[in-house]
Design a protein around this ligand. Structure first.
Ligand code: DGY
Length: 324
């Protein structure tokens, strides 16, 4: 009889998924739900056949220098995999999978939430009411920016970018422009009446700029002092992708100097640390990386990781393998 697969789950998973995972091998859970240190991850690479990491596990070149690596699969819980050094995993012969598709709607919803909250000053208004400062209705109280009909510039037209575009176009009558590595197919471009622009054109012409590109060395600090300066003073920046895409020091300066009107952020450069100055700006909405955080989606993400582990266990090709 072959030995059962030794599987490590690095953070606490939804109950329903945990129950199903135990059928696939000898599972070690992290009920304390504390992120593993680099040393713990290095050790895990020697002790487990399969590791199920997530965005809080930095599997960088240093951690992946481990000797006598036993791990053959990193079944990531999440679609983003910029926390995993793919050149190092490739060198070590470790396969990596992610969970695409299942968090599209949830992430698009949180993007729309941030657009509406920043433009309509919802968080600021709530703080106003809770603090007892509200004196009642008045014609000029807390005026904000209407979202319907404005121009939304989408940076990165993958699954999530398209879902955001559809919600904004069909739901709010927004005008959609986008920039992306590859242009949309004709039917989709026609459905959304959208056109492909260069990044500078998009930044200069949008009332809202929403980031949906992957975090790669090429997109690191795509929004920086120079590119933020191209945005209009009434425009809002929304980031539900990855913190590294925005140079947060430059963003704080642009907001403080009112070069742009506001920002809605769900992700940060150094999570969970905030860039100094961000939390004192009223025109910024800050969420704790909760784009995919619906019960339905987190369960679906776990089940998707399970499908990959099951395929690995059966020696089948991996449904969601990610490669360099
Ligand atoms: C994802 O899946 O990439 C989410 O941001 C959580 O990691």
């Amino acid at each position: 009889m072959t030995n059962p697969l030794k599987i490590l789950v690095t953070r606490r998973w939804p109950e329903t998924v945990k129950a199903k995972l135990t059928a696939l091998g000898e599972v070690t859970l992290n009920e304390a739900d504390q992120p593993l240190t680099g040393d713990e991850l290095t050790q895990a690479l020697q002790d487990y056949d399969v590791i199920c990491p997530t965005v809080t596990d930095r599997l960088d070149a240093q951690v992946l220098q481990a000797e006598d690596v036993r791990t053959r699969l990193l079944a990531n819980f999440g679609v983003g995999f910029n926390h995993i050094d793919l050149s190092a995993t490739q060198r070590l012969g470790i396969a990596v999978t992610n969970t695409p598709g299942v968090l599209t709607a949830a992430t698009a919803e949180i993007t729309l939430t941030l657009m509406l909250m920043t433009a309509r000053r919802a968080a600021e208004g709530e703080r106003h009411v809770r603090s007892g400062r509200w004196q009642g209705w008045s014609p000029t109280h807390m005026l904000s920016t209407q979202v319907s009909g404005r121009v939304l510039g989408i940076v990165g037209m993958g699954r999530i970018g398209v879902a955001v575009a559809r919600m904004a176009y069909h739901g709010l009558g927004m005008q959609i422009v986008y920039t992306s590595r590859s242009p949309l197919d004709e039917a989709l471009a026609r459905e959304l009446k959208t056109s492909h622009l260069s990044l500078p054109e998009l930044l200069a012409g949008s009332d809202f700029v929403s980031l949906h590109c992957p975090a790669t060395p090429e997109t690191r600090h795509l929004l920086n002092t120079e590119t933020l300066a191209l945005m209009q003073p009434h425009a809002f920046l929304i980031n539900t992708a990855r913190g590294d895409i925005v140079d947060e020091t430059a963003l704080v300066t642009a907001l403080q100097q009112q070069q742009i009107a506001g920002a809605g952020l769900d992700v940060y450069e150094h999570e969970p640390q905030l860039q100094s100055g961000l939390d004192t700006l009223e025109q910024v909405v800050l969420l704790p990386h909760m784009g995919s955080g619906t019960r339905q989606t987190r369960e679906a993400m776990g089940l998707r990781a399970l499908d990959n582990i099951a395929a690995f266990a059966a020696g089948r090709s991996l449904p969601d393998e990610v490669k360099l």
